[in-house]
Design a protein around this ligand. Structure first.
Ligand code: MIG
Length: 649
């Protein structure tokens, strides 16, 4: 059962695709407070909260304040209220019944999930205008499926998008890319994609290519394609201000950039230096920017990643001026301790600050709307710009597309990656814990930067991380400038990595098949144990094991120096310890707790009773997988394998 309520005058977000009749009353399960700015609900002692999409902390979201406000913040610490996505959907599992809530507003919202008062959820809207959806059902899966039906079918990537991608900021020229491909080939490790970060461009200008570093780009794309590798360039939101640069000139002439109150285009600095932000909320601007991807499609490119679209702001001219003026006031003064801290904060406040987000406007649905009111739609509409254009530019063809910023609804247009994590063991666990929330919000094609983006990775962390990522639809190894190289072939004994990546390719048919079932049935690819084992009190607290599709459960090792781990089995399962896709131990384990040994080169998988896991003979790239080689590891069951259809290849 879904009920839709209206608070104030909501701004349309197009997050949903189903028409639901408005209930002309206040929300029923959530109690509205003063000025309809707050919504609250009592929490029972053992209620569990799931959802909130891309966010920090555990699978159970209870006990923290999350704030939906797309943010460019590379420090995903435990106290970060906002990451890159704004996914305002959560469910409360009350045992006998489950309630789901979607707060549909493009402005910021805070979700106090039993933090201030352990017995209360309190939602605070920055603006008291929103559609509120209340969904009830018998269990978590049913409520989530109803929500997913409401928001429409998730993006399906091309089949090769399930292969391994290698990325780094940056493989800055042709030879560097060639050497990465060579590294993989020599180690015999499968690979489907190499990502190009901002340095492939000329001065970080969107839709340009550096003549110096990629002098014959089109030929190079072809050369790589012949090698079986697709190049995936990055596109940033900001357009460099540079007279004569076509994207800048056209954007200006078309009136496609965001403006300030005085009618001037906002000047903000990002990688290209000073830029303007395309107004992705304006259909004309969206179409114009989307069609620009043609420049790269024409050169043989078949996939992209969209970045910096929260939008990230290093500084704006206006803010910088204000800060300098304030600093001037400190000059020559005898600074006290409080002033010292205020002084120090001044410079830090320059990037991604609220004043700047209030400084510009969008032309949305025929109205001029301040950015603050629609902030969370910006990145989502950049993705939509690309996806709409792809339909026009490459009809019938699947283009790989994923974004950093997102709002619910954008899951129909592309996937997301989870941004700048670190090569930390804690972030490996975070990777596991983020997956169910992402699926609940419709983001099925997603994954984290394998091995971690910031900080230096170690060999053991790299192995353990590959052993997790090999289950995620988007599997990409990516790292930041200045960090240690972490490609699969750089570590000693690359065969350990080869075996892990081969196992990935061997289970691609399963991941793809379960992905498609999740698309078709409004289902989950990564499910918390408690959703399936409803009566099992232990399962309700498991935060480091997941069901992946219908056949298997995973229990990854995410601690350093661990030679194994404790695993809880809610029922009898077939434990497989893979060393290689065709070399593994098999053991039936009874329900309950077990300590399992898992070497650095091993992957534990548990097949559920009455189910089977398909495994193909691996190939060097996804398109070469031969479905005739698929064999099944069965625990007394059969498997319905969905193969990629013609159009998905
Ligand atoms: O300010 O393009 O999250 O994946 O490598 C950093 C450089 C900008 C942030 C992305 C990251 C990418 C990096 N970008």
């Amino acid at each position: 059962m879904i009920k839709k309520f209206k608070l104030g005058n909501p701004i349309e977000t197009y997050a949903t695709v189903e028409d639901i009749m408005l209930t002309n009353s206040k929300p029923e399960l959530l109690k509205t407070g003063e000025g309809q700015r707050t919504l609250s609900m009592k929490l029972g002692k053992s209620d569990i909260i799931y959802g909130m999409g891309e966010s920090v902390r555990g699978i159970n979201k209870r006990g923290f304040v999350y704030r939906s406000f797309c943010s460019d913040d590379p420090n995903h610490d435990e106290d970060k209220a906002s990451l890159y996505g704004a996914h305002n959907f959560f469910i409360v599992d009350r045992g006998h019944e489950v309630n789901g809530f979607f707060i549909d507003t493009p402005a910021a919202v805070s979700f106090d999930m039993g933090f201030t008062d352990p017995g209360l959820i309190e939602i605070t809207l920055d603006f008291p205008d929103a559609y509120v959806y209340e969904i009830t059902g018998k269990d978590c899966g049913e409520v989530t499926a109803r929500f997913r039906k409401l928001i429409g079918t998730p993006y399906i990537p091309p089949f090769w998008g399930f292969g391994l991608g290698q990325s780094r900021w940056s493989y800055e020229n042709e030879d560097r890319v060639r050497s990465v491909v060579k590294g993989y080939r020599e180690a015999g490790i499968p690979l489907d994609m190499v990502y190009l970060d901002i340095d492939y461009m000329e001065d970080y200008k969107d839709f340009t290519i550096s003549e110096e570093r990629f002098p014959e780009f089109e030929n190079f794309v072809k050369e790589m394609k012949e090698e079986g590798i697709r190049l995936i360039p990055i596109i940033d939101a900001g357009v460099k201000i540079e007279p004569g640069y076509d994207v800048y000139e056209e954007g200006l002439a078309g009136g496609f950039f965001c403006r300030k109150e005085d009618g001037e285009e906002l000047v903000s600095a990002v990688w290209p230096g000073k830029t303007h932000f395309p107004d992705f909320l304006n259909p004309g601007a969206r179409r114009w920017f989307g069609l620009k991807y043609k420049t790269l499609l024409d050169k043989g490119i078949e996939g992209f990643w969209n970045d910096m679209n929260e939008p990230a702001i290093f500084y704006t001219e206006d803010k910088l001026k204000e800060v300098f003026d304030e600093i001037d006031e400190f000059k020559g003064k005898n600074i006290g301790i409080n002033e010292y801290f205020a002084f120090q904060d001044l410079v830090k406040s320059v990037s991604n600050n609220m004043e700047d987000y209030r400084r510009f406007y969008h032309n949305y649905e025929g109205k001029t709307i301040n950015h603050e009111r629609v902030h969370n739609l910006y990145g989502a509409n950049m993705t939509r710009a690309a996806a709409d254009a792809f339909k026009e530019l490459a009809p019938g063809k699947k283009i790989l597309m994923f974004s950093r910023a997102s709002y619910i609804g954008a899951h129909r247009y592309g996937g997301i990656w989870t941004g700048d994590n670190k090569s930390w063991w804690g972030h490996l666990l975070l990777n596991i814990q983020q997956l169910p929330g992402l699926n609940m919000s419709g983001f099925l094609y997603s994954g984290a930067d394998t091995c971690g983006f910031g900080a230096n990775c170690s060999r053991d962390l790299a192995l353990r991380w590959f052993a997790v990522s090999l289950f995620t639809p988007l599997m990409r190894n990516h790292s930041a400038m200045g960090t240690r190289n972490q490609e699969a072939y750089v570590w000693g004994n690359p065969d350990d990595f080869k075996n892990l990546v081969e196992l990935r390719y061997a289970i691609v048919p399963y991941i793809y098949s379960e992905f498609m079932k999740a698309v078709q049935n409004d289902g989950m690819l990564f499910t918390p144990l408690a959703w399936e084992y409803r009566e099992d009190m232990r399962a309700r607290e498991i935060e480091d094991e997941l069901l992946v599709g219908e056949s298997i459960m995973i229990a990854p090792v995410y601690k350093q120096n661990a030679t194994g781990r404790y695993v809880y089995l809610p029922e009898r399962m077939l434990f497989i310890r893979f060393r290689k896709y065709n070399d593994y131990d098999e053991m039936v384990l009874e329900a309950g707790d077990h300590y399992i040994e898992v070497g650095l080169n091993e992957v534990p998988v548990f097949v559920r009773p009455g189910k089977a896991l398909p495994l193909a003979q691996p190939a060097m790239r996804v398109e070469d997988l031969d479905y005739e080689t698929v064999k099944y590891i069965s625990f007394g069951g059969e498997y319905n394998l969905i193969r990629p259809s013609e159009e998905n290849v």
